[in-house]
Design a protein around this ligand. Structure first.
Ligand code: ATR
Length: 284
């Protein structure tokens, strides 16, 4: 038996990401980096789990002594339903991305996406308190972004979505009068007071369409963020950079959302550094 095999059968701490599919997930690569950096004898696996098998798989992992699991598409709603208890962020966003298996057998559901969204912006130097933000989209990622902005004290959040009704549904469930829905054509003439423009739709992704935004109306001090990280510089971020605006890419959100999960699974505080970024990018 090889050393590697021996080690894989007796790790001290094991966690995983569950997705369907899961092969594209960068989580094993980033948790693996921190495990090595911290010298922890642990393992973090990517496990392909079908929606039908999700509940059985989670309970099986908990029974087998895993510390917990991250969940990605399409399991975030199922994870919310399955958890015995959920944190405030998961409740507000309506999705769970981290399951923590408690020693007493209970399964705690958390959402660290909002934390990741805000930690990424703050590491870049964005202060969400200084003025309004405009969020494009009304899906799961938008809900995490809006929740994060509300918690961080953003004074007003404009929300715009192709399907306006979905935007209104988000506002209704978040019940905070700082959120204002704007028609989708506001992207052709942006409100002139926004300090942060954030795209949460998948539209910037390689091979998808192009988000048609006219950045001319933005103040020179405004920030532009895209949650998409493939490509790292989306067409939206490129036009922002060409206009001299400050930009924040989406990879940081993925890296930062993993920090509280790593703490919950492996008990250590870890940092998002340039070497982590380079390592994760090197694996794509
Ligand atoms: P996620 O959980 O990643 O946010 P989602 O819940 O499927 O994914 O949400 C996708 C978001 O991208 C939605 O806001 C969607 O707008 P609709 O509510 O109108 O569907 C938005 N989106 C996807 N394709 C789009 C397109 N071609 N143009 C504009 N918005 C688009």
């Amino acid at each position: 038996m090889s050393d590697d095999h021996m080690r894989a059968t007796v790790p001290e701490a094991v966690a995983a990401v569950l997705g369907w599919p899961v092969a594209h997930s960068l989580s094993p690569r980033l948790h693996g980096f921190w495990l090595r950096e911290q010298g922890i004898a642990g393992t973090y696996l990517g496990l392909p789990v079908t929606p039908e098998n999700f509940g059985t798989a989670v309970h099986g992992l908990a029974a087998a002594g895993f510390r917990g699991a991250n969940v990605t598409v399409p399991h975030k709603l199922a994870a919310l339903r399955l958890a015995d208890d959920v944190d405030d962020a998961a409740r507000a966003i309506g999705a769970v991305n981290t399951l923590v298996f408690q020693p007493d057998g209970r399964i705690l559901g958390r959402n660290t996406d909002a934390y990741g969204f805000m930690a990424n912006l703050q590491q870049a130097g964005v202060d969400p308190k200084v003025g309004p933000a405009l969020v494009i989209g009304a899906g799961g990622a938008a809900r995490a972004a809006v929740h994060a902005l509300l918690v961080a004290g953003c004074p007003r959040i404009y929300l715009t979505n192709r399907t306006e009704a979905t935007g209104y549904a988000l506002v209704e469930s978040m019940a905070d009068d700082r959120i204002v829905v704007l028609p989708f054509n506001c992207l052709k003439k942006l409100p002139d007071d926004i300090v942060l423009l954030g795209n949460t739709t998948s539209l910037s992704m390689t091979g998808k369409g192009v988000l048609d935004v006219d950045l001319a109306g933005l103040a020179e001090t405004a920030w532009v963020h895209d949650i998409v990280y493939v490509p790292l510089e989306t067409p939206l971020l490129r036009s922002a950079r060409q206009r001299g605006l400050r930009t924040v890419d989406g990879l940081g959100m993925l890296l930062h959302q993993a920090v509280p999960a790593f703490r919950a699974f492996f008990g250590r505080d870890v940092a998002v550094t340039d070497s982590l970024r380079a390592h994760v990018l090197g694996g794509k």
